[in-house]
Design a protein around this ligand. Structure first.
Ligand SMILES: Cc1cc2nc3c(=O)[nH]c(=O)nc-3n(C[C@H](O)[C@H](O)[C@H](O)COP(=O)(O)OP(=O)(O)OC[C@H]3O[C@@H](n4cnc5c(N)ncnc54)[C@H](O)[C@@H]3O)c2cc1C
Length: 818
């Protein structure tokens, strides 16, 4: 009996070990060859039965162990089924999938992230020159811009800010020095946008767009040498104002469906008859469109007479068109939620351009969609994550100060637990956003074009930015709502949906892109399987590749099932991670990465091609992947910052919140999974002992709120890189001064209060605070200089607390000047 039990245990242990260590087919077969005869002896199986079993084992060993036979008898039929059920991808979907590179997302999909790799990624470091630019040019530009004046009075940046942007090379941050640009790293580019966004969204969008997906980026990657030389130096110096027009009234999220078209034909250009394209377009929402001198245009190219050679239907093509070309219409403006960056429609009717206006020349005809997707892979990881983070820094800094300065019920409002909750969310979310922004720029600077990760950071920084903006408004009460020069939050709050909508609207990004693209791009085997299935030109190679990918995939899934169960039972304890602080977080992330890999495979297996339409499942799977990425970034940030003990509450909040969200997302997938049997099995494997991550505690929230309400290193690190006006006439500058003053004056306030009670000083009402200060000075409770400090403190607090009011005529259309 004992021997039989031991044998059973040995078999289970062997299966678990082989699966856990992702053993090769050979190792599995070897185990089979050894264990089956031994089991036959231990369980005293009769010779006849044993003969049959051994015959079967031999057949399995031969079929599975001889690659030729395995491919013919197993992989080939599977490949045929695979080809039948494989969802058809449209060319635009295929190009989106092909674009960009797989980076840390690949590790997260592997179920076993290499944390050494994460820790050894370079620390984000600006060059001296980049630092200088941020401390001088960017600082000076921010000082030039008053957001109220921009958004209410002018509906535009002041002319001197426009000139400064051009003169100092802000429009050429990504253009290499050889073309007269600043040649900045992704980190520096992001730092500039972050700082500008903490001052004015109009300013940051204006500077950001020429450096994002647009003419410069496209020319750099695909332009002909002549195009580069013609345009890049002019773009770098702001002599050309670029825009890029893809979106139109009938093609928004489904941008591949643009109806705008061009017909190849002969026409007159500058007095000469040349081969060219006659274009018709109607575009909208085009940033910088109203003032652009150089219009990047996406359109579908047709060549009915085959004048350019090749097919008649040539696909999406991109061209650069000077806006003074006859027929180009620009100039009218949209008004995107009171932001004043220039945005508007453009139309063109029968506009004739020569062929060499095509970006990259005739060789790039029809490659437009791929070019756009490739550029988006990097740019999307910088622009909106940075602007959302910049706005978040402004919100966090001002909320902490305001919650300390503003008193109600005789206490700073930030001391009330309800407000503490909001402050903690602001701090925790911002910590995560900044970490994700920084880690992504590291990847881009390493040469990655992380298509899936850029979608993750775009979505999550803008969504968390929305949470931060909402909380910031609540913390400020009426002060956040009444617009005017004293309001530093309202315009940013209004602008939140812009970041949510552009560069891939967020619902679509979450529901379709993150997991949809990730499952194919970042999964270790799926893309290989698909490529093999699509490879009909060389059947032998296709079968060979499919065999490797398919059996790798099977081993991967079996391994993840076993690992998910073991890790679920130990909650990740015992998983080997590098010798770092917070090792439990790394272990838990490995646990959830394994569970995610299993869940992803199960979803693809059960739902197949219909997963594309099951957006709610796909979105939740994307949430898990996203939170795993954000957590990795937070841990990396903590290491890069030198593991500051004071910041530990922020890291803890960010991690607990994200881990909790991961469990929520798993639970959501499992509750809604179409196959209830599969859901039952998966839940037992992933949560064998139930869910166990609680959201951040109240006590933790209290610590964060306290950190945010006092000038301290943590507050500085959290808001590092934002613009901080030093001028007390500036609303943010005054608030900073008021915070310091409040803390400095608290003991004096307490002394006056004590004296008022003890010495029977005349009772004064709150409105007469200045009278009380004077009385305390006259009665010797305060020295003259102390009274002066309190008077200044009163003035500063009053300035902070007051909101703007206007004569009705000032608010009438066109009467905005103040
Ligand atoms: C201020 C601003 C600046 C812009 N700048 C430019 C620019 O410079 N150049 C340019 O070409 N474009 C620009 N755009 C366009 C921007 O990229 C598009 O607005 C965006 O792609 C979405 O298109 P749409 O607004 O028409 O929304 P729709 O496509 O109408 O989408 C509406 C909603 O449906 C959701 N949705 C759509 N399809 C799906 C799906 N399959 N699954 C789930 N959800 C889905 C979207 O997420 C969105 O929430 C700008 C837009 C704005 C508002």
């Amino acid at each position: 009996m004992l021997m039989e039990l031991l044998m059973a245990l040995a078999v289970v242990a062997a299966i678990v070990a082989l699966a856990f260590y992702r053993a090769s087919i050979r190792s599995w077969l070897l185990a089979l060859v050894v264990l089956v005869p031994v089991a036959g002896i231990v369980y005293s199986i009769s010779a006849d039965v044993m003969q049959v079993i051994l015959g079967m084992v031999a057949a399995i060993v031969v079929v599975m162990g001889v690659p030729f036979l395995r491919r013919k008898l197993v992989s080939y039929p599977v490949l045929m089924i695979f080809r039948r059920i494989l969802p058809q991808l449209s060319p635009t979907e295929q190009e989106a999938l092909d674009a960009g590179t797989v980076w840390w997302d690949g590790e997260l999909f592997s179920g076993n992230p290499d944390w050494y790799k994460l820790i050894h990624l370079p620390k984000p470091m600006l060059s001296d020159e980049e630092e200088y630019f941020l401390e001088h040019e960017v600082e000076e530009l921010c000082a030039m811009v008053n957001d109220w004046e921009v958004t209410h009075v002018r509906q535009d940046l002041p002319p001197e800010a426009w000139q400064y942007l051009k003169d100092k090379g802000f429009f050429g941050m990504i253009i290499p020095r050889q073309y007269g640009g600043l040649g900045f790293s992704a980190l520096a580019h992001s730092a500039v946008v972050t700082k500008l966004a903490s001052r004015s969204s109009t300013l940051s969008v204006t500077a950001m767009v020429p450096n994002s997906l647009g003419p410069a980026e496209l020319l750099l990657h695909y332009g002909t040498q002549q195009q580069k030389e013609q345009y890049l130096p002019r773009l770098a110096k702001g002599l050309e104002i670029p825009c890029f027009a893809l979106t139109g009234p009938f093609a928004g999220s489904d941008a591949g469906a643009i109806p705008d078209y061009g017909i190849v034909c002969h026409g007159d250009y500058r007095g000469q008859r040349v081969l060219g394209i006659r274009l018709n377009w109607e575009k909208r929402y085009i940033t910088l469109g109203p003032v652009a001198t150089l219009l990047g245009l996406a359109f579908k190219l047709y060549d009915p007479d085959r004048l350019a050679g090749g097919e008649t239907n040539r696909g999406i093509t991109l061209a650069l068109i000077p806006t003074d070309t006859p027929g180009v219409v620009i100039g009218r403006r949209h008004l995107p939620l009171n932001s004043a960056f220039l945005n508007g429609p453009t139309q063109g009717k029968d506009v004739f351009i020569p062929m060499d206006f095509i970006i990259g020349g005739a060789a790039r005809i029809g490659e437009g969609w791929r070019m756009l997707m490739e550029c988006l892979s990097a740019g999307r990881g910088i622009s909106l994550p940075s602007s959302a983070t910049g706005a978040g820094k402004l919100a966090a800094r001002t909320c902490g100060a305001y919650a300390r300065v503003r008193k109600q019920f005789k206490l700073p409002v930030g001391r009330f637990e309800g407000v503490e909750e909001a402050l903690a969310r602001i701090g925790g979310n911002l910590y995560m956003m900044d970490a994700a922004r920084l880690m992504t720029t590291v990847g881009i600077d390493l040469g990655e074009k992380p298509s899936v990760i850029s979608a993750i950071v775009k979505y999550h920084c803008t969504e968390r930015g929305r949470l931060v903006a909402n909380d910031a408004m609540d913390v400020h009460g009426g002060k956040g709502i009444c617009l005017g020069p004293s309001n530093y939050l309202g315009r940013g709050y209004q602008a939140v949906p812009i970041g949510i909508t552009v560069e891939g609207a967020n619902i679509l990004t979450r529901s379709m892109i993150i997991f949809g693209q990730g499952a194919i791009r970042s999964h270790p085997y799926v893309l290989k399987e698909i490529q093999a299935a699509h490879d009909t030109s060389n059947p032998k190679r296709a079968l060979h590749d499919f065999d490797g990918a398919f059996f790798g995939h099977v081993g991967f899934t079996v391994s993840n099932a076993v690992r998910a169960l073991l890790f679920g039972l130990s909650n990740g304890r015992g998983i080997a991670v590098p010798p770092v602080v917070n090792e439990r977080y790394y272990q838990k992330l490995t646990r959830y990465s394994t569970a995610f890999a299993l869940m992803a495979d199960a979803s693809m297996l059960v739902l197949g091609g219909s997963l594309k339409r099951r957006e709610k499942i796909s979105a939740r799977l994307g949430d898990i992947l996203s939170q795993l990425y954000l957590c990795s970034a937070a841990l990396k940030r903590f290491e890069d910052d030198g593991r500051p003990e004071q910041d530990a509450p922020l890291l803890q909040w960010a991690m607990e919140d994200a881990l909790h969200r991961i469990e929520e997302a798993f639970d959501g997938v499992l509750r809604n999974f179409p196959s209830r049997i599969a859901a039952w099995v998966l839940r037992r494997l992933i949560f064998p002992l139930g869910r166990n991550v609680a959201p951040p505690s109240d006590e933790l929230g209290h610590k964060i709120a306290t950190l945010m309400m006092q000038p301290a290193e943590t507050r500085e690190r959290l808001t590092a890189g934002m613009y901080l006006p030093k001028d007390k006439e500036d609303a943010v500058g005054a608030l900073e001064l008021a915070l310091h003053s409040t803390l400095e004056c608290e003991p004096l306030q307490a002394r006056v209060e004590e004296a008022r009670k003890a010495r029977g000083m005349a009772k004064v009402r709150a409105l007469e605070e200045l009278g009380r200060i004077a009385e305390a000075r006259d009665k010797g409770v305060l020295k003259v200089e102390e009274a002066a400090l309190l008077e200044r403190d009163y003035e500063l607090r009053r300035k902070v607390i007051m909101v703007d009011d206007f004569a009705p005529e000032e608010l009438a259309a066109g009467g905005g000047r103040r």
